[in-house]
Design a protein around this ligand. Sequence first.
Ligand code: ADP
Ligand code: MG
Length: 255
Amino acid sequence: MTDTPAAARRTPDRPLVVLENVNKHFGELHVLKDINLTVHEGEVVVVIGPSGSGKSTLCRTINRLETFESGRIAINGTELPHEGKELARLRADVGMVFQSFNLFAHKTILENVTLGPMKVRGMKPAAAKEHAMELLTRVGVEHQASKYPAQLSGGQQQRVAIARSLAMEPTVMLFDEPTSALDPEMINEVLDVMTELARSGMTMVVVTHEMGFARKAADRVVFMSDGAIVEENTPEEFFTNAQSARAKDFLGKIL
Ligand code: ADP
Ligand code: MG
């Protein structure tokens, strides 16, 4: 594990996730308003904002779990198609970890991690298993490999969910409040895995209210309010010197 400063890891000329003027509605509700966001290779972007501001919708739209009406989203230089095989392939490039761990309840931990690579990437079982065991070791749950999700703690399950995403060798990882369903004593074990991932150079978009993580791991903080990106800055600047009234108000409530 290296302690390369965040900014040094970034490759400014390699934008991996690009959103241009993305707009989305849920009926009358304008839930994403002209979103412009570029995430470069190796960059860690933390998205914060009040409940209902559109953070989850932003993640789901990047992964095309949601449609959008206008604008453009490109992953690694390729614009997301609307459907079909190409979409499945591109979606596999974008790992996603949710608040609820979403493991397959009737599969073992090992099977949870090997399934995707075998089905989507066409990996042979032996190779998939070897890779899965490496990843389970990386997140510290290798001894749970033959158990079922319900036999693990929430923190362990979330670490398995991270390993399962990594098994697909994604280009970028999206995390949507990955620790907010966890008991307090389990939050750090998951944040530690995410911090290690960030330091290893993974490109990450993380929705979280964990300000310690944001300060430690983020290159950039994006503040959302009412469906719009209101402010973007380095964590230092954002937490000590927020510009907008809405960000100041939000920080006043959570810090
Ligand atoms: P956040 O993650 O920041 O709390 P969300 O992206 O979950 O915000 O939600 C943004 C807004 O969109 C909220 O007002 C929410 O009620 C609304 N919303 C989210 N999902 C749907 C949906 N499937 N249908 C209609 N409205 C939705
Ligand atoms: Mg949300």
